[in-house]
Design a protein. Structure first.
Length: 440
């Protein structure tokens, strides 16, 4: 499956940009959504789920880094699975990756719209969300350097916002607030909370999808991946403790008694500590917008590369695999993904969209870890600038936890699981019947 030189992406990214992308892909998960897991599992249930998910992501990220450094291609998991497991599993791995990256942005776009609607009540939430799609798709088409530079800036601002929040909330931290009603639904609640624990870290693997645009990827991908996951683990632990520690988990789930769950835990925690009129409350709430934009923009970037590679090697219409003649970016893939994202937005089912994205992510993780184990046996001579520590335990641990999480999410979301498997089945049938793979 050779590629033409004219369809190659331009190398411009260094380790700092990769850190910005890795953290930026994920950081919205610190600002919204994760607290909905508290309603399912309480403090202890979500904490246990998050602990296992942190172990999974640490093991997965460093295992995935080995693959990304050895095979620095824009397709990420798709390219690794094709090489290790063949075209059928490669297609399924690539579809899982596309589902994750294409379905996560609509949920974030809706959150951006809901947030800005507070300040601009005359503009509909859906209108703001669709406008955001056009703006950030256009930025990604313009160029990877501009897109990554923008991502780095807003990611730094979003990190500062989390640190500002922690500095305000942690002085009010009390351990008893963590213990209050800590397991309201028993241990089954911990399994129900898994999707929201995954939301803390979902899409960090997108760093691998820009490996082809990275200067010296065999070195810089490791630095970018490693620094990003360690930053995110620290931010996750601080944010979780600071949010729940100020008044118990109910405070950062329900705005008031009898109200529907809120997906804005940080403003709720700030309101409980300094009040809504305080300048720090307004500052953290405003900076939260940067966290949403960082993840929305970053995942659009990664999705474009994943879909681009799918088309470039002939697993999807060839037009997806073309780069813009002037900007050298995957413009067609970005535009198609925007169209699908807007259609998903119109359903209004943001919670369900997040869960479907989690199905895609977990499938990607499982297939990627199997690919790593197979490639170690199949291609022992493959140049591996970085080898995952504690092999084979690291990929096996990631594989086991991802498998358990996948089963748990399927049990608690059977209809969404059926939709996810239906998408894969239809796509796979089309692939077998309609696609003729190129030679070479």
């Amino acid at each position: 499956m050779a590629t033409n030189e004219k369809d190659q992406l331009k190398r411009t990214l260094g380790p700092l940009m990769l850190w910005g992308l890795g953290v930026g892909y994920v950081i919205s998960g610190m600002y919204f959504g994760w607290n909905l897991g508290l309603e399912k599992g309480g403090t202890l249930g979500l904490a246990v789920a998050t602990l296992f998910i942190i172990i999974m992501y640490l093991a997965f990220t460093f295992s995935y880094t080995e693959l990304a450094c050895a095979i620095p291609k824009a397709g990420g998991a798709f390219d690794y699975a094709v090489r290790a497991l063949g075209t059928n599993w490669g297609f399924l791995g690539g579809m899982a990756q596309n589902i994750e990256f294409i379905f996560a942005p609509p949920a974030i776009a809706f959150a951006i719209g809901a947030y800005l609607n507070i300040f601009l009540p005359g503009i509909p939430i859906l209108g703001i969300a669709i406008f955001a799609y056009f703006v950030f798709t256009a930025l990604n088409i313009y160029g990877i350097q501009a897109a990554a530079s923008f991502e780095l800036i807003i990611t730094i601002i979003a990190v500062i916002g989390l640190l500002l929040f922690a500095g305000t909330a942690l002085p009010e931290f009390e351990w008893k607030n963590l213990e209050h009603n800590a397991l309201p639904n028993g241990w089954s609640g911990a399994f129900a909370a898994l999707p929201f624990a995954i939301w803390f870290f979902l899409a960090i693997e997108g760093v691998a999808n820009v490996a082809e645009e990275t200067i010296n990827p065999q070195r810089n991908v490791l630095i970018g991946f490693g620094s990003a996951i360690l930053t995110l683990v620290v931010l996750c632990l601080i944010t979780f403790a600071a949010s729940v520690g100020v008044g118990g988990w109910e405070v950062v789930v329900f705005p008031e008694a009898g109200a529907n769950p809120s997906d804005s835990p940080l403003p709720l925690a700030m309101a409980a500590t300094v009040g809504q009129s305080h300048i720090l409350y307004k500052a953290v709430t405003f900076i939260g917008l940067f966290g949403l934009i960082a993840s929305f923009h970053g995942i659009i970037l990664a999705a474009g590369r994943a879909s681009f590679e799918f088309g470039r090697v002939g697993f999807a219409p060839k037009s997806l695999g073309k780069v813009h003649s002037r900007f050298k970016t995957p413009a067609n893939a970005l535009l198609i993904n925007m169209g699908i994202g807007i259609i998903a937005l119109l359903t209004g089912k943001t919670g369900e969209i997040i869960t479907i994205a989690c199905f895609g992510a977990l499938s990607l993780y499982m297939i990627s870890m199997v690919s790593l184990l197979v490639l170690r046996k199949k291609e022992p001579e493959l140049e591996r600038p970085f080898k995952v520590p504690l092999y084979p335990f690291s990929p096996i641990i990631a594989l086991i936890i991802a498998s358990i999480a996948f089963v748990a999410i399927t049990i608690y979301n059977p209809i969404l699981a059926a939709i996810y498997f239906g998408i894969l089945a239809v796509a796979f049938i089309w692939f077998k019947l309609a696609v003729t793979l190129p030679k070479g």
